[in-house]
Design a protein around this ligand. Sequence first.
Ligand code: SF4
Length: 424
Amino acid sequence: MSLDSPTFGCTDSPVRRERGQKAVFCGLTSIVWLHRKMQDAFFLVVGSRTCAHLLQAAAGVMIFAEPRFGTAVLEEQDLAGLADAHKELDREVAKLLERRPDIRQLFLVGSCPSEVLKLDLDRAAERLSGLHAPHVRVYSYTGSGLDTTFTQGEDTCLAAMVPTLDATDAAELVVVGALPDVVEDQCLSLLTQLGVGPVRMLPARRSDIEPAVGPNTRFILAQPFLGETSGALERRGAKRISAPFPFGEEGTTLWLRAVADAYGVSAEKFEAVTAAPRARAKKAIAAHLETLSGKSLFMFPDSQLEIPLARFLARECGMKTTEIATPFLHKAIMAPDLALLPSNTALTEGQDLEAQLDRHEAINPDLTVCGLGLANPLEAKGHATKWAIELVFTPVHFYEQAGDLAGLFSRPLRRRALLNGGAA
Ligand code: SF4
């Protein structure tokens, strides 16, 4: 394949499937951005001191007078008496809710210890919902590192909410995925200008504006890691609008166009609304092209954003994809992005760390996207790396963030070039 004229399309490409040692954060990490988004929610991790430390470390930069997450620490003696653990949990929740009348949604978040102990948090949530309704709704979901990656925590959280959403016959659009408020406002503004509405967000900023759902609901995912939530919405009769994810100018345009087509928006109106922000996005991305264009890209499986981001980096920034790995490949949700990936991309689902590190070494890419645990050793070996977790803590969706998104990848290349004594 000529690099000057790459061909695109990985719809039917073979996928290497690996089930070996993994190096990823657990789903508890998602509490860091979920608790910022849902302003009347509290996340109570039922876990160990390790879980408490992880949360403190991940969210430690933020200081709240009244934090909206905490850990109910399971002690060793809980191994002996699950009945006592339930009573203790009831007591802790009662104390918390009495002290914090602002809490309207309480999430009991399962962890490795609570799963190993087989503590039934679904039953606990049901019992506690009965005790504290209607003021507080109690949910449970798992963030355990035994079976989730860090973005899956959001998926299991939102999927737990879907069965409790009110029923409706109204024809509403639901945008699914926790976006920073500034990005959510931009998304809603674009949809309003297109004449699409009413639009609801899941999750909403407050529980009293949570969407209702029914057979006339259409929804579109804003994050690619929401397969379970998507399935739960479809089971309630909602219809998914399929689109590439809104990263970069092209991704955002195709995402908006999929909604516009579903709502019969004219081509003229679409052009009028999107022309100016598209031009701004292209200009902002162009500032990074000199650094990114022609550079090779390797992605370890981590954030589940890998495929749409590889599509953005290849098509809009001119990068050459080598191996692009993702923890889980949901083919139906990823289909529009897979169709746009360079056809010579090597796709991997899952991880077998040692074997993957060997392949990485052989490829020796210009830029490696990986988890924090791999970044330092790879940097020490001379590789330019980007921490995948930054991609979920930074506003990166839609037109106005397209330049910043490209910048997240060009910065490590420039830094590495400086370390090597040259220019990127
Ligand atoms: S849930 Fe599991 S992986 Fe996550 S911090 Fe707790 S013990 Fe560690």
